[in-house]
Design a protein around this ligand. Structure first.
Ligand SMILES: C[S@@+](CC[C@H](N)C(=O)[O-])C[C@H]1O[C@@H](n2cnc3c(N)ncnc32)[C@H](O)[C@@H]1O
Length: 252
C-alpha cells in the first residue's frame, strides 16, 4: 500500500537483525512485507476473525511452523502474556483501535511496552476527517469522501477508525516507557484504488439500511463523489492530500 514507509523502516533498521517480530495489528499488507524480512519467527495479531482469515489465506504458503496468526484483543491482559519480541510493528494499528477497543488508544503503547525487546515502529496516518474543510480541491474531495465513509460506517452500527497525529503518538510513546528516535512524514498521492475502496466500503451498509430513501440518497452521494474524484485523478494524476508517518521508538 505504502511501500516507501516500509522501505524507510528497513533503512532505519539497517544491519540490525529483525529477530523475533510482532505484527501488533496485522493485515494482508503488513504480513506480506514481514514475510519478506529475515526474521526468526513472527506473531501476527488481529482483533477481527475475518481480518485474520484474510491474512491466513494470503500468507499460508509462506508461514513457517514457528509463525503464528492470533485473533485477540490488546484489551485482554492474557494476550501474549510474558512474551517479548525483538521488533514490534504497529502498522496502522493506532487508528483502528477505535473500531475494536474504543478509549484504549492512550494505553496501547504501554500495553505493547513489555512485549517490545529492542524497537517499536509505528506507522500511522495524520487525521484528515476531523479537521476544518481543506482549501484545495484535492483536500476537499478526500475530506468529503472520508466523512461520507464514516457516516456510512456509523449508520451501519460500527465505529469508524480514528486516526491520531504523529505528535500525539510521540507524546504517548514517551510517557509509556519509550524514547522516540525518529519521526518522518510522507505525503500521500491518492489514486483510483483508494477512492474506489472508500466508496465501496459503504455498499454492504447501504444494502442493509432499513430507511431505503436514505440508502438511495447516500448511494447517489457516494457515486457522485467517486465520479468527481476519479475525474480529478484522470486530469491530475492523483489527489495529493494528507500524510502518513513512521515513528521509531526504543524502550528505556
Ligand atoms: C487497519 S488494520 C491494519 C492494517 C494492516 N497492518 C495491513 O497491512 O493491512 C488494523 C488491525 O489492527 C487490529 N486491531 C485494532 N484494534 C485492536 C485491538 N484492540 N487489539 C488487537 N488488534 C487490534 C485490527 O483487528 C486489524 O487487524
Amino acid at each position: 500500500m505504502h511501500p516507501q514507509l516500509s522501505r524507510y523502516i528497513e533503512e532505519i533498521q539497517g544491519r540490525r537483525a529483525w529477530g523475533s517480530l510482532l505484527d501488533a495489528g496485522t493485515g494482508v499488507q503488513s504480513i506480506q512485507w514481514i514475510a519478506d524480512l529475515e526474521t526468526n519467527r513472527w506473531s501476527a495479531i488481529s482483533a477481527s476473525p475475518s481480518h485474520a482469515k484474510k491474512v491466513r489465506k494470503a500468507i499460508s504458503h509462506r508461514q513457517r511452523p514457528e509463525d503464528k496468526i492470533i485473533v485477540g484483543n490488546w484489551l485482554s491482559p492474557k494476550l501474549l502474556e510474558n512474551e517479548t519480541y525483538d521488533t514490534v510493528i504497529a502498522d496502522y494499528l493506532l487508528g483502528a483501535v477505535e473500531g475494536f477497543s474504543p478509549y484504549f488508544q492512550s494505553f496501547l503503547f504501554k500495553r505493547l511496552r513489555p512485549l517490545t525487546g529492542k524497537v517499536l515502529y509505528v506507522k500511522g496516518l495524520e487525521p484528515y476527517v476531523p479537521i476544518p474543510r481543506p482549501d484545495s480541491e484535492a483536500g476537499q474531495l478526500i475530506w468529503e469522501i472520508g466523512r461520507h465513509r464514516d457516516a456510512c460506517v456509523s449508520l451501519g452500527g460500527s465505529l469508524p477508525y480514528r486516526e491520531y497525529p504523529a505528535q500525539w503518538a510521540a507524546h504517548h510513546l514517551q510517557i509509556s516507557g519509550y524514547s522516540v528516535r525518529e519521526i518522518k512524514h510522507f505525503d500521500i498521492r491518492h489514486k483510483a484504488k483508494f477512492i474506489n475502496a472508500q466508496i465501496d466500503l459503504c455498499a454492504p451498509v447501504l444494502k442493509n439500511l432499513s430507511d431505503r430513501v436514505l440508502a438511495a440518497a447516500l448511494k447517489l452521494r457516494g457515486e457522485a463523489l467517486r465520479e468527481r474524484a476519479l475525474d480529478f485523478i484522470k486530469a491530475n494524476g492523483a489527489l495529493d492530500f494528507g500524510q502518513n508517518y513512521v515513528i521509531m521508538a526504543e524502550p528505556h
